[in-house]
Write a protein that binds this ligand. Structure first.
Ligand SMILES: C[S@@+](CC[C@H](N)C(=O)[O-])C[C@H]1O[C@@H](n2cnc3c(N)ncnc32)[C@H](O)[C@@H]1O
Length: 280
């Protein structure tokens, strides 16, 4: 079978699968199976596909038809210009979260005294590693309550930073983490419990614990806000990704906890997604 025929077969097989982009996904999975880039794939359309490449492509298509995300099939997801290793232990990094990285870099660049940065609920490590790679002089640390996440974060540090550079700790939010930090960033779970239960019933492939933010979805973030002041130096910053519907509540919670200058950053679609404030 030629590459073109394999591509057509794969795209057709994915047409009934839970995806809006069957052709694109078939191309990505075929390129991976053949060990070439997507661009190179199109230059090789008339060439034959070897038996091993075809078997690997069929396996990938079969997984995708069973709703396994492309990122888990490939074991990788692009985030802020880096290819992060991902598997079922971690949330797949979202493009939306690049907005939080941008907000953190804006704070870091505006205030040269910001050096000690902590990422709560690090998952794959995407936020912390993107920050450390962009500003190597930072002292970045991470925590997550899930040991599997910390292991994936370690793998990503070795791959993307060349060594295990970030201090990592297993913790429930900031419990047992002393600081002081100049900046705390987090993309905490912020989906309501009922929505998470529906996702779990539908067999959602990502860890539900990475999404479940409490009854309304904001409770985990409220808890984090209550802890964060005690881990920040005076004038330190807290930046939180959240859902649009939680923004006003979080701003109020920040003010009530003693934070000042609460501000909101919008994502590329213009939606308010990052809430930030300064510790008194
Ligand atoms: C929305 S995911 C974000 C992962 C990663 N930072 C990202 O942006 O892709 C939330 C993360 O917080 C972790 N988490 C959930 N509840 C936690 C808690 N109480 N304490 C510490 N980490 C928690 C989850 O294991 C998960 O890795």
């Amino acid at each position: 079978m030629t590459v073109a025929a394999a591509f057509r077969t794969g795209a057709a097989a994915l047409a009934g699968a839970p995806t809006d982009t069957p052709a694109l996904e078939a191309a990505v999975l075929l390129a991976d199976a053949l060990g070439v880039s997507k661009e190179r794939l199109f230059a090789r359309m008339a060439e034959p596909v070897g038996a091993r490449g075809m078997a690997s492509f069929r396996r990938a298509i079969d997984l995708r038809r069973r709703a396994v995300p492309v990122a888990y099939i490939r074991g990788a997801k692009e985030f802020y210009g880096h290819a992060f290793s991902v598997d079922r232990r971690v949330l797949i990094p979202r493009p939306d979260t690049e907005c939080l990285v941008e907000a953190a870099l804006a704070v870091i660049d505006a205030d040269p005294s910001v050096r000690r940065v902590h990422d709560v609920g690090t998952g794959s490590g995407c936020i912390a590693i993107a920050l450390q790679a962009a500003r190597p002089a930072l002292a970045v640390s991470v925590s997550d309550r899930d040991a599997g996440c910390l292991e994936v974060c370690r793998v990503n540090q070795r791959r993307l930073l060349g060594r295990e550079r970030l201090t990592a700790q297993a913790a429930d939010l900031l419990a047992g983490i002393s600081g002081p930090f100049d900046l705390i960033v987090a993309n905490p779970p912020y989906l309501a419990a009922a929505a998470c239960a529906r996702l779990a019933d539908r067999g959602w492939p990502e860890p539900i614990g990475a999404l479940r933010g409490g009854r309304s979805g904001a409770e985990v973030t409220f808890r984090l806000i209550a802890q964060a002041g005690g881990r920040l130096r005076p004038g330190g910053y807290l930046l939180l990704e959240t859902a649009v519907e939680h923004v006003a509540k979080l701003q109020a919670a920040l003010a009530a906890a003693g934070f000042a200058d609460a501000a909101v950053r919008r994502d590329l679609a213009g939606r308010p997604r990052v809430v930030g404030a300064k510790w008194r």
